[in-house]
Ligand binder design. Structure first.
Ligand code: H2U
Ligand code: ZN
Length: 355
């Protein structure tokens, strides 16, 4: 049905966010004279006394981190949301609407090791990170003013991470943020049209063709979505119709750790560099409803385009018109499938065969 699609500039539909993406495969050959990223320093110590996330170090607010040996969660010292914010609505003019937004912001350190990344943590350690994400989903979701638990990781300076220490953030606001709210509307509309689940059905389509599948295990599949915007974007979908991180069974949590390690290793191996990205989970709101329309998933949005030094920017037509990509999702999936799942830093002897 899709034969010949990539021979022409075309648009693809994103059924999750109900938006289009422009795909222009013929542009991949254009010369690049734009910005070039600085190389990333790879030699990082396993403990850095100047790092505010390392065990035993004093943070900016004067508190000292415990000598933790697994994950470590603390309230963000510079939170974007505060639990103490009083509820208030402003303005009866529909063109000038505002309201206060109470909430909680936390930081989760994945490990005491300053030098590791998701790709280089072992699966049991990453499993403890998954457990912590699930615990935070439950604990924050229970707070009366919290309606959504948004977990995300900014990895690498290019994506705005403030520190190489492996960590993520949790923002738990009093309303559902834009992106999951859009997805929720699409998931609900799909169900209302008489289907079971948009992502269950999408996963079934992708498993039939395998064109965009990058990795899979018993419980999860990682796919470059048909409608991807970012060059090597990934969508990690649980095979079971499950609504949230805290609803995952133990075996599924281990499987999530396994697939996250495998896809982030593929990322790092692609250009043999620590691969920057923003990643995060979309799950049901924490308003107490069953939300059977929801299907938990993980988005990876990495900016690197054709090498460690050339990245994609969202500018011009993308900001003012429609997001656009040059390399096709099918190409990106093939390139991610072609690299190893053994981290390049663990196998210097393979250097010659990796390219
Ligand atoms: P990012 O790398 O994604 O920016 O996350 C780091 C967070 O850590 C950031 O939100 C917080 C910042 O506010 N932080 C503290 O809570 N305490 C500190 O001592 C420094 C940074
Ligand atoms: Zn550190």
């Amino acid at each position: 049905m899709m034969d010949g699609l990539n021979a022409h500039p075309h648009v693809r539909w994103n059924p999750l966010t109900a938006t289009w993406v422009q795909v222009s495969p013929q542009r991949t050959e254009r010369p690049w004279q734009g910005a070039v990223e600085a190389a990333v320093a790879e030699e990082v110590p396993s403990h850095d006394p100047a790092c505010y996330l390392c065990p035993g170090v004093r943070r900016a607010n004067g508190e000292t981190n415990p000598r933790y040996d697994s994950t470590f969660v603390f309230d963000n010292d510079f939170p974007a949301l505060r639990a103490s914010t009083p509820a208030a609505e402003y303005g009866d003019d529909p063109l000038l609407l505002a309201r206060t937004e109470p909430g909680v912001c936390r930081v989760i350190c994945f490990t005491p090791r300053h030098d590791l990344t998701m790709s280089r943590l072992d699966v049991p350690a990453l499993g403890r990170v998954v457990d912590t994400w699930a615990e935070q989903t439950t604990a924050l979701g229970r707070l009366p003013h919290v309606w959504y638990v948004q977990i995300f990781e900014n990895r690498g300076a290019q994506m705005g991470a403030s520190n190489p220490h492996p960590h993520c953030q949790v923002w738990a606001p009093a309303s559902v943020p834009n992106e999951p709210a859009r997805e929720q509307a699409s998931l609900l509309a799909y169900k209302a049209a008489g289907h079971a689940c948009l992502l269950c059905d999408y996963l079934a389509r992708e498993t039939r063709t395998n064109e965009r599948l990058v990795a899979a295990n018993d419980a999860f599949a990682a796919i470059v979505p048909f409608w991807a915007i970012w060059p090597f974007e990934l969508l990690v979908i649980p095979k079971r119709h499950v609504q949230a991180l805290d609803a995952l069974r133990d075996d599924e949590r281990r499987a999530l750790a396994d697939i996250l390690k495998r896809v982030t290793t593929r990322y790092d191996n692609l250009f043999e560099t620590p691969f920057p990205y923003s990643m995060g989970f979309h799950q049901r709101p924490s308003d107490g409803g069953p939300h059977d329309e929801w299907h938990l998933h993980t988005h990876f949005y990495p900016p690197l385009l054709r090498s460690a030094t050339v990245r994609k920017f969202m500018v011009g037509y993308e900001l003012l018109g429609t997001p656009q990509r040059d390399i096709t999702p099918e190409d990106a999936a093939a390139r991610l499938r072609a690299v190893r799942e053994e981290h390049y830093r663990d196998r210097p002897d393979l250097a010659a065969t990796r390219r």
